[in-house]
Write a protein that binds this ligand. Structure first.
Ligand code: HEC
Length: 283
């Protein structure tokens, strides 16, 4: 998936959000996993039958270990074509058997149990992928899946750089603590607000990794929300005084290399000069 950068030149906002691990999701995920145990085994290691396995170990699956819930959903929906006799069984097509909520919960469960890190996706995201894969009428060929994985892991291209001067309503910064997305004139034209705290360079917090993690972690949160576009300010480059060019390079680098489902990232600059500086760093 390509990440589009979009520059706006205006005053900015940050955000707020609260997440709680949802035990009910894990319970549903575990229950849904019962559809998989006949072949992959309750421990996900694959059930042995003589010298062969019914199905591969899910602990080794890159589709689970790496953050590509869309591909994992594709596999669950469409199954995998049986092309050799390496495994006794073939991966089933479960499109009709599982609904979006079950698949979202299943992704949370298998990624946590077998991949080491829980991936949270919303049922709405699964619904979107279901639509995207709808036209496929046969199971995947393994080669095609591997191609998609490679493509998804390729460094992201940045293109379509545009910027404009914002002339809208919200000139004053809202009080972040009380911020909730609302609709209407003067309100944030956003569905969610993600709050990240940038390091205070002026106070001696100068670890670049920290600054990078603001972008990376925010994009992870955006993935959990199912957001497809995110607008960032140039984090820490205001009163926290991070040197501007380095703040820009860090932002661009972190966003370019982040593994995310987000399709469009806007970097929002304070003024036209900064917007141009960002633009030339993208070039
Ligand atoms: C009828 C047996 C069977 C069932 C049930 C089944 N699978 Fe599979 N699955 C397989 C087989 C066989 C493969 C290997 C296909 C191949 O590569 O040829 C596979 C492959 C996979 C892969 C890809 C592994 C990789 O990295 O190559 C994933 C992910 C997966 N299954 C997840 C699931 C999940 C989640 C469920 C439950 C919803 C499930 N499977 C149910 C038999 C099954």
């Amino acid at each position: 998936m390509r990440t589009l950068f979009h520059l706006l030149c205006l005053t900015l906002l940050g955000a707020t959000s609260a997440f709680s691990q949802d035990d009910k999701v894990m319970e549903l995920g575990k229950a849904t996993f019962q559809a998989c145990v006949a072949c992959h085994g309750p421990d996900g290691k694959g059930i042995k039958a003589g010298d062969l396995l019914m199905a591969p170990s899910l602990h080794d699956s890159l589709f689970i270990k790496e953050n590509h819930p869309e591909l994992l959903t594709g596999i669950i929906l469409k199954g995998i074509l049986k092309e050799d006799n390496k495994y006794i069984q073939a991966m089933l097509t479960l499109e009709a058997a599982l609904d979006d909520e079950q698949i979202a919960a299943l992704i949370a469960y298998v990624t946590k149990e077998f991949g080491g890190k829980r991936q949270s996706v919303k049922p709405a995201a699964v619904a979107r992928w279901r639509k995207e894969f709808k036209s496929r009428t046969s199971p995947w060929k393994r080669k095609d899946l591997e191609g998609l994985l490679k493509e998804a892991n390729a460094p992201k291209l940045i293109s379509d750089v545009t910027y404009s001067v914002y002339e809208g309503n919200w000139k004053k910064l809202p009080a972040f603590a009380s911020l909730a997305p609302v609709l209407g004139a003067g309100a944030l034209p956003a569905k969610w607000v993600i709050h990240t705290v940038g390091p205070n360079y002026a106070a001696g917090e100068r670890d670049r990794g920290l600054l990078e993690s603001c972008y990376v972690r925010s994009l992870e949160v955006a993935d959990e929300l199912g957001a497809t576009s995110v607008a960032f300010p140039l984090i820490s480059a205001g009163v926290y005084a991070w040197p501007k060019q380095d703040a820009i390079d860090t932002a661009v680098g972190a966003i370019r290399t982040a593994r995310t489902q987000v399709e469009r990232v806007s970097l929002v600059a304070f003024d036209e000069e900064t917007a141009r500086q960002i633009e030339s760093s993208l070039g």
